[in-house]
Ligand binder design. Structure first.
Ligand code: GLU
Length: 442
């Protein structure tokens, strides 16, 4: 069977690095197996789901390079959920309950007070038709609970290993609310069955759902898929990342100039036993990705680590990967790219260095360096300029002026670039060219 996974966000907010990590792990896992990646919006909650959020999530995943093979919206699949609910009712697995939240809470407190586990007592199952009619006549509408089997559900988690949950420790979960709307549990399973999902990979906040959903797969006549639950990312404070954290949203990272592949590399490898390195191409990451290397421990996300990974990615990036992006800024030339890439923290820094090689800058010349800079200008080589020019020129200046080290190089850098730091001048000087060099040294 073709490996088929799904990423199922609710479009009730933007996705952040933690949510994207789930998508990335799913995508890499599927592609490693030559399989398919389905994007499915959990948008049954009409009040909170927004088209803008769905669109933003599609844009974010596109940017990350996580191309989807299919796209679905749960809000368009209610017929399938209704059919499944009918089947469960007919089989006696979905039963009507009439308690108000208050009544449930009181019952729960009584159970706790008498030392009993606070599990729903299945009172709804005992109601006769006449009693249900009477309750409905009071104006109550039923919510519907799924009757769990009295058993231990066992599964093998691809990350967490063997799992077992005693179902009698859980309350029968509500699948349909009193107003007739579905909670997440049933639509998710119906879709997983209909869409041929072979592997459900999601955060460990869903571990308990999984045991319930395994029972649902079986009640609907299907074999449960494989499961994997990855640990969740925490912020520097050790707390979970909140969904609306602006700067950690994928859009926020993009707007801050991070490279998609830095985000993907970081998210794929954080919290695993594989060292985090920048991968230029998502397909190279597919090669080395191994879900079993993910650790069960929560992974701490540090934006500074992502920033330095981003810089490292740029420092190693080939010209072919950026040619088009440079062209959009009216910049071209492999020499330029190779000269400056090692100094970029974000791609947009190229604008500054392009200004230095091809635009106008304000040379900085301290009074005490005037004489030295004059000598330097006069000593500029007459030969064709290349990468060796800088070395030849400064070696000669060293002999003629007696300056060395910082005293020799810093005044030249300040005069030629207007900055006290930056890419190696051996690469920059030929790009600046004789005419500009003479001007800046004057
Ligand atoms: N909408 C759910 C979430 O974002 C999906 C969980 C799942 O993958 O089943 O947590």
């Amino acid at each position: 069977m073709t490996v088929t996974v799904r990423f199922a966000p609710s479009p009730t907010g933007l996705i952040h690095i933690g949510n994207a990590r789930t998508a990335i792990i799913n995508w890499l896992y599927a592609k490693k197996a030559g399989g398919r990646f389905i994007l499915r919006f959990d948008d049954t909650d009409a009040a909170r789901s927004k088209t803008e959020y769905a669109e933003a999530i599609i844009k974010d995943l596109d940017w990350l390079g996580l191309v989807h093979d299919e796209l679905h919206y749960q809000s368009r699949r209610f017929d399938a959920y209704d059919a499944a609910a009918e089947k469960l009712k007919k089989d006696g697995r979905l039963y009507a309950c009439y308690e108000t939240p208050d009544e449930l809470e009181r019952r729960r407190r009584r159970q706790l007070a008498t030392g009993k586990p606070p599990v729903y007592d299945r009172a709804g199952l005992q109601l006769s038709d006449a009693e249900k009619k009477a309750l409905e006549a009071e104006g109550r509408t039923p919510h519907w609970r799924f009757k769990l089997n009295d058993r231990v559900v066992e599964s093998i988690d691809l990350i967490r290993g063997p799992q077992s949950i005693n179902m009698s420790s859980l309350s029968d979960p509500v699948l349909i609310r009193g107003d007739g709307t579905y909670l997440y549990t049933l639509p998710s399973v119906v879709d997983d069955i209909d869409m041929g999902i072979t592997d459900i990979i999601r955060g460990e906040d869903h571990v308990v759902n999984t045991s319930v959903q395994i029972e649902l797969f079986e009640a609907l006549g299907s074999t449960p898929p494989r499961f994997a639950h990855h640990s969740l990312l925490t912020g520097a404070d050790g707390k979970g990342l909140s969904k609306r954290l602006g700067s950690l949203s994928i859009g926020g990272l993009r707007d801050n100039g991070l490279e998609a592949m830095a985000v993907v590399s970081h998210a794929a490898l954080i919290g695993s036993s594989v060292p985090i390195q920048p991968y230029q191409d998502i397909h190279d990451l597919v090669e080395i990705f191994d879900i079993s290397k993910l650790s069960r421990a929560p992974a701490r996300f540090d934006p500074h680590e992502l920033e330095s990974l981003n810089a490292k990615l740029l420092h190693e990036m080939d010209y072919a990967r950026v040619r088009d992006r440079l062209a959009k800024l009216d910049i071209e030339g492999e020499e330029f790219w190779l000269a400056v890439r090692g100094n970029l923290e974000s791609f947009s820094d190229v604008k500054k260095w392009h200004q230095v090689t091809s635009g106008e800058i304000k040379p900085v010349i301290a009074d005490e360096d005037r004489e030295f800079i004059d000598a330097a200008r006069k000593a500029l080589p007459d030969t064709e300029w290349d990468k060796t020019t800088w070395k030849n020129w400064t070696s000669e200046l060293k002999t003629t002026t007696g300056r060395k080290g910082r005293q020799l190089f810093m005044p030249l850098r300040l005069a030629l670039t207007g900055e006290d730091h930056g890419p190696e001048l051996a690469g920059l000087l030929p790009l600046i060219g004789r005419e500009k060099a003479i001007q800046r040294l004057s």
